[in-house]
Design a protein around this ligand. Structure first.
Ligand SMILES: CSC[C@H]1O[C@H](OP(=O)(O)O)[C@H](O)[C@@H]1O
Length: 344
């Protein structure tokens, strides 16, 4: 399992695999400054909501070390921590990771690093638990013993702290001998599916095919898959979920086909402070990501692009939101606190 990130104690370093170079090149970034971390997040050298949560937490330690070395005052340090927190707007986990350790700054770098390490371990454990719950739910709901899956974007160890979320459910099903094949959407424009999910599925020996995003709807409507599962970047209090652009189309096709559409995410991706999907900020990314491919221009000069990085799937299109705390299914109640029920 290729991990997205590791903390190196000496010299204190957040070591990232550069996901922009995968699958053909395994290169690493040794991050020791706020600028380097913000750049890695902004360019998706590191990406995926839970992985960003860990980066946010370890990023606070990096800022504290740099502040000590460069003589920043408290205001400058706070501003630099905010730069990390705000490096990408949609995945709540980035801000959540910063906020989890920020109160410990007064206790020193070691306390922050220890808290970030615990957050990372807890996320991996959450991935494992939600994967078990999701696999159980699917086998019960479908009544099948071997399943054909569709997934969108990348939600494996490269998007998390280890194991994976939606991908974690696929890994769990595979380990149980209950996964026949995965249809992996390539996930334009940055190809997290063909570059990263296929990389992980190949590493794990999981049978799969890569398809263009435009094939997902017909794959579903032709009955070639039994369910679809994706991750999430922010889940609103009512269960509306933001995820990679193209997700809501998969959910609509699943509804039409009458097969389950699952969102899988640790509870740290649930944002009870955001009431509905209408309130989720959708990141708009550079035109060039759409207008070129692998550095080759694929559109005329001077053309503009529309490049929202995420879309929002309404909670009533989601068969189950799977978290480590439990599973939320749609119900008739227009309950704006649907996700809070998991807290008991
Ligand atoms: C396990 S969360 C992964 C989530 O993050 C991805 O977005 P990005 O690659 O832009 O960070 C995508 O929405 C995935 O579902």
């Amino acid at each position: 399992m290729v991990r997205a990130l590791d903390w190196v104690a000496e010299p204190p370093t957040l070591r990232l695999i550069d996901q922009t170079r995968l699958p053909l090149h395994r290169e690493f970034l040794d991050v020791r400054t706020v600028d380097a971390l913000v750049d890695a997040i902004a360019t998706l050298a590191v990406r995926g909501a839970p992985a960003l949560g860990a980066c946010g937490a370890f990023g606070v330690a990096i800022a504290m070390i740099q502040a000590d070395a460069e003589g920043w005052d408290a205001a400058r340090l706070a501003s630099e921590v905010d730069r990390i927190r705000d490096a990408r707007p949609t995945a709540v986990n980035l801000a959540w990771g910063v906020d989890q350790v920020r109160p410990l700054m007064a206790d020193g770098v070691d306390a922050v690093v220890a808290a970030a390490a615990k957050l990372t371990a807890d996320d991996t454990a959450a991935n494992r638990e939600l994967s078990r719950l999701g696999a159980d739910w699917l086998l019960t709901r479908t009544g099948k013993t071997r399943l054909r899956a569709l997934t969108h974007c990348n939600t494996g160890a490269l998007a998390t702290t280890g194991w994976g979320t939606a991908y974690g459910i696929l890994r769990e099903l595979h380990e149980r001998g209950a996964l026949e094949v995965v249809y992996a959407d390539e996930t334009r424009p940055l190809l997290q599916g063909s570059r990263l999910t296929s990389f992980e599925l190949s590493e794990d020996g999981i049978p799969h095919v890569v398809q263009v995003d435009g094939a997902a709807t017909s794959t579903i409507l032709r009955g070639l898959v039994d369910f679809a599962v994706t991750g999430a970047d922010r889940i609103a209090a009512n269960g509306d979920s933001a995820n990679k652009i193209g997700t809501v189309g998969v959910a609509l096709a699943c509804q039409r086909a009458g097969i389950p559409f699952l969102i899988a995410a640790p509870f740290s991706t649930v944002d009870l402070g955001t009431a509905t999907g209408d309130d989720i900020v959708i990141e708009e990314r550079p035109d060039a990501e759409v207008l070129s491919l692998g550095g080759v221009q694929v559109a005329p000069d001077g053309v503009r692009a529309f490049n929202p990085a995420f879309d929002v799937t309404p909670h009533d299109l989601i068969s189950a939101v799977v978290t480590e705390l439990g599973i939320v299914e749609p119900d008739a109640a227009a309950d704006e606190r649907r996700m809070a029920r998991l807290l008991g």
